[in-house]
Design a protein. Structure first.
Ligand code: FRU
Length: 519
């Protein structure tokens, strides 16, 4: 139910802007976070439309999260950068709009860096500036080019550079710059997408203002859809003596395994000029390509820049939606959430080097007491699940399934009258699946319903499912994050049962209720 105040907010942009400039405490007291599908531990804007995460950067103890935002409505439009900051990746403080659409130029996706050496000259009194590098999208002519803006007050206020654009090749589609400092060549490197060519382009700059073309990568992997929102970063290979590799992530507008938009990745080497695929990367014609997350709802993921080296993690999150239906998802007065922030890894498997993702360790700070089922029959597990009643709020669960040569085992969550989200390990078909074709609201878009799957490298083995369940999403991490399926669900109010099925015995279940980050 939308309260009358909320309805007024939806139709009154000026009021919306007023609310956005209120401190977070005031928002909470206005009960903005009690709508039925409002995520309790995932990031959402208080009101209106959001898509891609942008400008992810860590500076002076704060993780900045900017995002594609429409200040005037709950569908895509008037793209600007919204802004929030967090010290723990979970509790977010809403800040005023950082970069508004202006003069016929929308602010499309991009990145932000700390200009430690003040190469731009924007710094003041020994303090490095934060510099945002984004795409200017012209509404009156077919043009996208790269622009910059800077802040000298910890990201609180931003100034668009008077010399914009800083990179213009006269193209209609040329967007989503991700910039990082490349120490060996002592210069800035930009990876930016050339969507209709199914390519990313690399550029270098001494000062973020003048850019030189280095090379291009692609087409490769999945080329059905346009290429958007690339990222490029080194990751250590898990285990001793593994060295490190560069991972290039490229989001595709359509043709992802679950249908619609999704996030693919390449593993290789970046030599300061170009990206070269690892010899183990599957390049044969018809090779499936590699996907960061085979769920329907993980897009435009980008990683945080400048996470201190003493921390050493590569962290990212994605937009938890899909362009096939994003504008129709029936939530109000907000639309779209981000995935849980995840730590990235690279693991050597028999089939090659694979990206892994796990929820950030900070999530454990939201946990209530550990609830544990120490193993036993399916009936005993289900009695235990009934008793603990996890679906009263957000929760986290780890389920250990013993090895089995055949059959389908798993969990039903958000289950009720004719309704369920089915999470299954299918030994016969060798896959993990999440099926929302019987879950709550689906009719708002014919493409929403359906099943997503990820292959199991060893179907008969013991497997572990790690679930994060919030008010409108289920994230499933398989076997320490070798596969991830991120799925939006809109369960009916009565569908709150959770039960195990298929396995005669379960090795163990561990679960934690997760505290709401709004309280
Ligand atoms: C990806 C995307 C980007 C673009 C932005 C516009 O979801 O299409 O390529 O910069 O959204 O909102």
């Amino acid at each position: 139910m939308i309260q009358p105040l909320m309805r007024a907010l939806l139709v009154t942009p000026i009021l919306t802007l007023l609310i956005l400039s209120l401190p977070a405490g005031r928002l909470r007291s206005a009960d903005l976070y009690r709508e039925p599908y409002r995520p309790q531990f995932h990031f959402t804007p208080a009101t209106n439309w959001m898509n891609d995460p942008n400008g992810m950067v860590w500076y002076e103890g704060e993780y900045h999260l900017f995002y594609q935002y429409n200040p005037f409505g709950d569908r895509w439009g008037h793209m600007s950068w919204g802004h929030s900051v967090s010290r723990d990746l979970l509790h977010w403080e809403a800040l005023p709009l950082a970069l508004p659409e202006e003069g016929g130029v929308m602010i499309f996706s991009g990145s932000a860096v700390v200009d430690w050496k003040n190469t731009t000259g924007f710094g003041k009194e020994g303090h490095p500036p934060l510099v945002a590098i984004y795409t200017g999208h012209y509404t009156e002519r077919p043009l996208q080019n790269q622009q910059i803006a800077y802040s000298t007050d910890r990201g609180r206020t931003w100034t668009k550079y008077a010399g914009n654009p800083v990179l213009d090749i006269g193209e209609k589609d040329f967007r989503d710059p991700k910039v990082f400092w490349h120490e060996p060549t002592h210069r800035w490197v930009m990876v930016v997408s050339w969507p209709v060519h199914r390519q990313v382009r690399f550029y270098a700059s001494p000062n973020l203002k003048e850019w030189t073309h280095l090379s291009d990568f692609g087409p490769a992997g999945s080329t059905t859809g346009i290429w958007e929102c690339p990222d490029l970063f080194p990751l250590r290979v898990d285990g001793a003596g593994g060295g490190s590799r560069w991972v290039l992530t490229v989001n595709v507008g359509s043709g992802a395994p679950g249908g619609g938009s999704g996030c693919q990745y390449f593993v290789g080497d970046f030599d300061g000029t170009g990206f070269h695929l690892d010899p183990t990367y599957p390049t044969a014609p018809g090779a499936p390509g590699l996907w960061a997350d085979r769920g329907r709802d993980f897009y435009a993921a980008v990683s945080w820049s400048d996470v201190p080296s003493r921390d050493g993690r590569r962290l990212w999150l994605g937009w938890m939606s899909n362009w096939e239906y994003a504008n129709d998802v029936p939530t109000a007065p907000w639309r779209s959430a981000m995935s849980i922030p995840r730590e990235l890894g690279l693991r050597r498997l028999p089939e090659g080097l694979r990206l892994t993702q796990r929820p950030v360790r900070e999530l454990a700070t939201l946990r209530g007491p550990r609830l544990r089922f120490g193993g036993g029959s399916l009936e005993a597990a289900n009695r235990w699940l009934d008793r603990v009643g996890l679906h009263e709020g957000g929760f986290e669960m780890r389920v250990a399934l013993p090895a089995a040569s055949h059959g389908i085992q798993g969990l039903r969550c958000y289950a009720g009258e004719g309704e369920e989200v089915l999470i299954a390990i299918d030994r016969d078909q060798g896959r993990l699946s999440v099926d929302r074709s019987k879950s709550g609201h689906r009719s708002f878009n014919p493409r929403f319903s359906g099943v997503t799957t990820a292959p199991l490298a060893d179907p008969g083995a013991a497997h572990q499912l790690h679930l994060l369940v919030d008010a409108c999403s289920v994230e499933v991490f398989l076997d320490d994050g070798v596969q991830v399926l991120t799925t939006l669900v809109l369960p009916s109010p009565g569908a709150r049962r959770i039960e195990a099925f298929g396995a005669p015995r379960l090795s163990s279940i561990e679960a934690w209720r997760l505290a709401s980050t709004w309280r």
